[in-house]
Write a new protein. Structure first.
Length: 134
């Protein structure tokens, strides 16, 4: 099974994002997904859950908000509801834009065409947010 590399942006771009954007760099947001699992998934709707062993209650708040902000702006995402107490996030998405298999592959570290589509959407949206704040 092929795994995604942990570093997705160059150090230069990540450093620039930290200086000019209050949002964590993309690599930090991407690593946040390492502790996220799929709680429930039907075509067009997925509920993601932060594994309880991952981090203390206070740590993921900023990352969760940044990730929600990223998802809110991503093409193919219709709505995002985050429940910090339940440590979960429900995402309504367009399965024509984001393949249903993309979520499981991306979160499972499987380098598939579907995961690449979702990864590219998230990375491009992150860069657009950063460029909009420049």
């Amino acid at each position: 099974m092929k795994r995604w590399p942990s570093a997705l942006l160059s150090g230069e771009l990540a450093g620039k994002a930290e200086l000019e954007n209050p949002m964590p760099d993309f690599e930090k947001l991407r690593s946040f997904l390492d502790d996220v699992c799929i709680a429930h998934h039907i075509r067009g709707r997925i509920r993601l859950k932060l594994e309880s062993r991952a981090v203390s209650v206070d740590v993921p708040r900023a990352q969760a908000r940044a990730f929600q902000s990223l998802l809110d702006r991503a093409p193919g995402i219709d709505s995002v509801q985050v429940n910090l107490l339940a440590r979960s996030c429900t995402v309504h998405y367009d399965p024509i834009v984001i393949p249903e298999r993309a979520w499981a592959d991306l979160l499972g570290g499987i380098a598939s065409d579907a995961a690449e589509i979702l990864e590219r959407i998230l990375r491009d949206t992150y860069l657009e947010i950063g460029n909009a704040k420049l």
